[in-house]
Structures are given as structure tokens and as C-alpha cells.
Design a protein around this ligand. Structure first.
Ligand code: ZN
Length: 432
């Protein structure tokens, strides 16, 4: 892709002088980024696929349940009992570097090819570079092409293609920016940083997120610098997990009070929930008395209970409101009863009654109280529910009559007949 804007053109120019990945970096990747396999035969002979050394291992369970280390080269091995004789695997590593004022993330695929009885060979290919502007607001990506046809992996790299500027939209079959999803693997420990990132308090911890996401957040929002320098790392990680940019505003006033009072937030999840409660109850989020509790757990639990009560109360009020609405809409039909001596049919007179009817009869009438054109009646014999009837008020006709679990009963036709004969009574109420 040709550069689409000035920023991309400048990065393209800068990329021309980016040094090659060094031998030391790649060697480190081979040593630290590859999981070597211990090939185990049925008889328990283990062969280290890194150095080729073989030895008689312990029993099957011991070898899969405990860590296995090669006695010859000291490499930690993942033991596989298999007849397979070739092991080809790929791993990722990322080098964090700086070039011409940009922070650059270089992701490399490491290949490891082991054949029993032969020397293990290694190779690598740099597949992706992400260039971040010092403000953190812009970045662009160079990558090799990927095989996309008939393939369900996002990272089937075509290694022969050049590292070129690529379009980063989500307009693909995965609906994601695939470059954001590429595994970054192990991070090369010697990092070269732009001064902006150093100043912001970045100390090589990645807090479980990808370096690009972390760097963009740190460079973009100076509040993260305050957090990191105050040692509020638990809170920083929590905010990253929640989506820092979307959520930090809600907590920032309280966070500043904590920092000013030297209050270390140890359980950030609990603290954020607690602040949400304070906010819900309209407490002063600038007041240390509230936001820096001596016993966070106790205060959190106290408010949690209070919130649960408030929620329950709100639920009751909502229910009452529904009842009032229902009463207003259907009151004129209340008291209607039709009977033929055996079957008694009456209009249900509250939301609660309709919900109960639905529960007892195992059908979905429970939600029908909000249907404006429906009148719900219950047919009973000796107080036992037989069928539930729904009548269209505007059409003055039966929409449905259903027994338990939506089945018709042997009284079905008798019920329909009784209702139909009494439709004029409904009509009278409607006209009143
Ligand atoms: Zn070995």
C-alpha cells in the first residue's frame, strides 16, 4: 500500500534506515522463545529435541505431570509420547525499539525444526512492524502478506512477500484489525525507548496487554503517568482491563484523592466497584473519608447490600407502576364472570395474577399484561385452572385459549362456546 497521509510517508522514509534485527536478538529468541519437545517413546525413552540427548525417563504419569529438564543441555522440555519423528513449530518474539523518534515494535516468527537423530535447525522471519508516533495518537503497520483464502488462521504469513505498509481496517472476514490480534510472543528484554515513553513511567511491565495497546494508552493520556509514578499499578492494570480510555474519567477525581493521601489501592476491582456504589448513592467522590476507607472490604460490602436493597426497591416500584398502568387500561373489564354451572371464567385483574397464571399453566401469558389490545381471562373448574383465554378487545373475538403447557383440554370447545356467548358482556363494558 502507498502511504495514505503525511505521517505514513514519514514513517516509510524512517523505515528505510531501520537496522536489521541483530544476531544477538535472534539468538536470545531461540534460547527463550521456543518450547522444546521431549520426545517420549512408549517404552519411556525420552529424547531432547534440542540437543538430541536420550535417556530412560520415569513412568508415563511422572513424565507428563512433572517438569522435564534435559540432563544434558538443561532445557525445559514439553514431553510428548508419540510415534512422530519430526517436530516443526513456530513461535513469536517481539523486539521493542526506537528509531527516528518513533517507538517501533518488531514482531518476529521463530522456526524450530527438529528431526530425531538429526541436528535441530532454526530460522526466523520478521513479519510485522508497528510504528507509534510519540503522542501515541497515530500508528501504522508494516507486515508481510498473509494467506487469506480458504484459511482460518489470521497469521498464515507468506514469508516471501516484503514487509510493506498495510491497510489496518477491520473490513475482513474476521471483522477485526488482524494486526492487533497477532500474537506478540516473548519480549526481547533489552528495549530501546523513545524519551516520551521513559518520561511517562513505563518500566517494562506490560500488565497483560499487548505492547502497542499499552504504549498508545501511556503516550496518549498523561494521567497514566501519574498512576504509574504513584505506584498505583494494580489500579492501572484494572483500568487497562476495563478499557482505560473509556473508564478513567469516572474514577479520576477519587484516584487523585487517594494519591494525595498516600492511599495504596491493593484490590483495584473491589475499589472500582466501591466507587461505583458511592457514585450511585451521590457521595462526595472528592472526599477522602469516602474514597480512602480504612477497611475497603467492609465498606464495599456494606454498600453492596445497600445497593441490592435499592435495586429491590426499584424493582417493586417498577412493578407497582406496571400494576397501575394495567389497572388503568383494563379496569373497566374487572368483575366480569361467565359461568355455565361447571366452568367459571373471569377476567384476571392484576399483573401479578397474570404472571401467576403463566407460571401455574407453564405458558407465556405472563408477559401479556402489556398487550394493549388483549384481555386475559382464566377458566376454572372448582377453583382449578383449566385454560387461559386471550381476547382481542378491538376485534371482540378469541385469539387463543390454552391449557397447561399450551395444550388444549377436553373442555376447550365448551370454554370457547361459553366465551363466545358472553362476548356481548365485554362489548357492553367497552361501551360504558
Ligand atoms: Zn538437551
Amino acid at each position: 500500500m502507498k502511504p495514505q497521509n503525511k505521517f505514513q510517508a514519514q514513517v516509510l522514509e524512517a523505515s528505510k534506515t531501520l537496522p536489521k534485527i541483530t544476531k544477538e536478538q535472534i539468538q536470545w529468541g531461540y534460547e527463550n522463545g521456543i518450547d522444546h519437545i521431549g520426545h517420549r517413546t512408549e517404552k519411556g525413552m525420552i529424547t531432547c529435541t534440542k540437543c538430541g540427548y536420550s535417556w530412560q525417563g520415569a513412568g508415563y504419569l511422572v513424565s507428563i505431570l512433572t517438569d522435564c529438564t534435559c540432563p544434558e543441555c538443561n532445557t525445559k522440555l514439553k514431553v510428548e509420547t508419540t510415534k512422530k519423528k519430526r517436530f516443526d513449530s513456530r513461535f513469536y518474539m517481539t523486539v521493542i525499539t526506537a528509531h527516528k523518534g518513533y517507538q517501533v515494535l518488531r514482531t518476529i516468527v521463530l522456526f524450530c525444526s527438529a528431526r530425531l537423530g538429526e541436528t535441530t535447525t532454526y530460522d526466523y522471519s520478521e513479519v510485522m512492524q508497528r510504528w507509534i508516533e510519540p503522542s501515541g495518537k497515530k500508528h501504522c503497520t508494516f507486515a508481510r502478506l498473509r494467506q487469506t483464502m480458504g484459511n482460518c488462521y489470521i497469521d498464515s504469513w507468506i514469508y516471501g512477500t516484503p514487509l510493506e505498509l498495510r491497510n489496518e481496517n477491520s473490513n475482513n472476514k474476521f471483522y477485526v484489525n488482524v494486526y492487533d490480534k497477532i500474537y506478540t510472543g516473548v519480549i526481547y528484554p533489552r528495549q530501546k525507548l523513545i524519551p516520551e515513553l521513559k518520561r511517562a513511567g513505563y518500566k517494562k511491565a506490560l500488565y497483560g496487554v499487548k505492547p502497542l495497546d499499552l504504549f498508545r494508552v501511556i503516550l496518549n493520556d498523561s494521567r497514566t503517568e501519574t498512576l504509574l509514578k504513584a505506584g498505583q499499578t494494580k489500579l492501572f492494570k484494572r483500568l487497562l482491563d476495563m478499557g482505560l480510555q473509556r473508564n478513567i474519567d469516572n474514577y479520576w477525581a477519587s484516584i487523585r484523592i487517594c494519591i494525595r493521601n498516600g492511599y495504596k489501592i491493593k484490590d483495584a476491582t473491589l475499589w472500582c466497584d466501591y466507587i461505583d456504589f458511592l457514585c450511585f448513592f451521590g457521595k462526595d467522590l472528592h472526599n477522602a473519608k469516602y474514597v480512602c476507607p480504612a477497611n475497603l472490604k467492609a465498606e464495599h460490602d456494606r454498600y453492596m447490600l445497600k445497593k441490592a436493597k435499592a435495586d429491590a426497591q426499584q424493582e417493586i416500584e417498577k412493578q407497582l407502576e406496571k400494576e397501575a398502568e394495567y389497572r388503568e387500561a383494563k379496569e373497566k373489564f374487572f368483575g366480569l364472570v361467565f359461568s355455565d354451572g361447571l366452568i367459571n371464567i373471569r377476567v384476571l385483574e392484576s399483573v401479578a395474577e397474570i404472571v401467576l397464571e403463566g407460571k401455574m399453566m407453564h405458558h407465556c401469558v405472563g408477559g401479556y399484561h402489556s398487550k394493549t389490545d388483549s384481555l386475559i381471562l382464566s377458566a376454572c373448574i372448582d377453583g382449578n385452572r383449566i385454560e387461559t383465554i386471550e381476547i382481542s378487545i378491538s376485534g371482540l373475538r378469541i385469539i387463543q385459549s390454552r391449557g397447561v403447557c399450551n395444550k388444549n383440554t377436553k373442555y376447550h370447545n365448551q370454554i370457547l362456546d361459553l366465551v363466545n356467548r358472553n362476548i356481548p358482556l365485554i362489548e357492553q363494558r367497552l361501551a360504558a
